[in-house]
Ligand binder design. Structure first.
Ligand SMILES: C[S@@+](CC[C@H](N)C(=O)[O-])C[C@H]1O[C@@H](n2cnc3c(N)ncnc32)[C@H](O)[C@@H]1O
Length: 235
């Protein structure tokens, strides 16, 4: 559900909450809420929060983690009778959607006159997690070039949904791994990690990954700095 180690997204959540002015009583909808990380950060500012996610296990986890908020299973493309709210957060969601414009249109519908915040990963060269892919490259075969994901593309997406950009910023989030197992373990659960292990065996792959990560070592662990984009828009 999360895209990195525990706690990595706190600066991203705070940036979204600052950019949208969330405070006591603000009605916030967290679309694609996952385990409720962004919801928890919004609740901490006194917001009234409702979260929606397509994955029932994510919704159950969020409900356990953030009892002050309400959660429901739902689809970003059809939010039903949710709202009205003041702020809609689509935090690390749009890259997972077949039709992001539809989700933005839904966000506008449930937040008439409100703000819509969208976050996405930054450019590949600004994200040190690319080290994993680079380490595994010998076993992954030819790679498609990364998608053109410049700031304009996100602005185009938002503009195409009839929204006007209010603010756009970049946020660096540190992915902190306390030790070697913490940095290698999740990779071995991923599709590319399993593919490489099947080809070369776990010991070879582990050695390659740790060798590539050596430049990111921090004490016993590792720190990888990754850039994310936060765009806030209104109808
Ligand atoms: C990368 S996670 C982000 C979770 C959370 N926003 C966070 O920042 O930790 C993406 C989430 O979007 C959810 N999701 C994907 N497609 C969805 C859809 N069409 N409608 C609602 N949720 C969706 C997934 O189930 C997952 O929990």
């Amino acid at each position: 559900m999360s895209e990195g180690p525990a706690g990595w997204a706190v600066p991203l959540y705070e940036a979204v909450l600052d950019a949208t002015g969330v405070r006591e009583g603000t009605r916030v909808l967290d679309v694609g809420c996952g385990g409720g990380g962004f919801s928890r950060a919004a609740v901490a500012r006194g917001a009234q929060v409702h979260g929606v996610d397509g994955d029932p296990s994510a919704v159950a986890l969020a409900a356990r983690e953030v009892p002050e908020a309400t959660f429901a299973v739902g689809d970003a493309a059809d939010l039903g009778d949710v709202g009205p709210v003041d702020v809609v957060g689509l935090v690390q969601l749009v890259a997972h959607l077949r039709d992001p414009r539809r989700a933005l249109a839904e966000a506008v519908r449930v937040a008439p006159g409100g703000l819509v915040a969208v976050t996405v990963w930054g450019r590949e060269q600004d994200c040190e997690v690319r080290a994993f892919g680079e380490a595994l490259a010998p076993w992954l075969g030819p790679r498609r070039p990364p998608p053109e994901d410049g700031p304009d593309q996100l602005a185009d997406l938002v503009g195409g949904a009839g929204l006007r950009v209010v603010s756009s910023e970049q946020v660096v989030c540190a992915f902190r791994y306390p030790d070697e197992d913490a940095v290698v373990g999740p990779l071995f659960d991923s599709g590319i990690g399993r593919h490489a292990m099947n080809a070369a065996g776990p010991a070879t792959v582990r050695a390659a990954v740790l060798d590539r990560l050596e430049r990111h070592r921090d004490g016993d662990g590792y720190v990888l700095n990754n850039t994310f984009r936060v765009l806030v828009a209104r109808p």
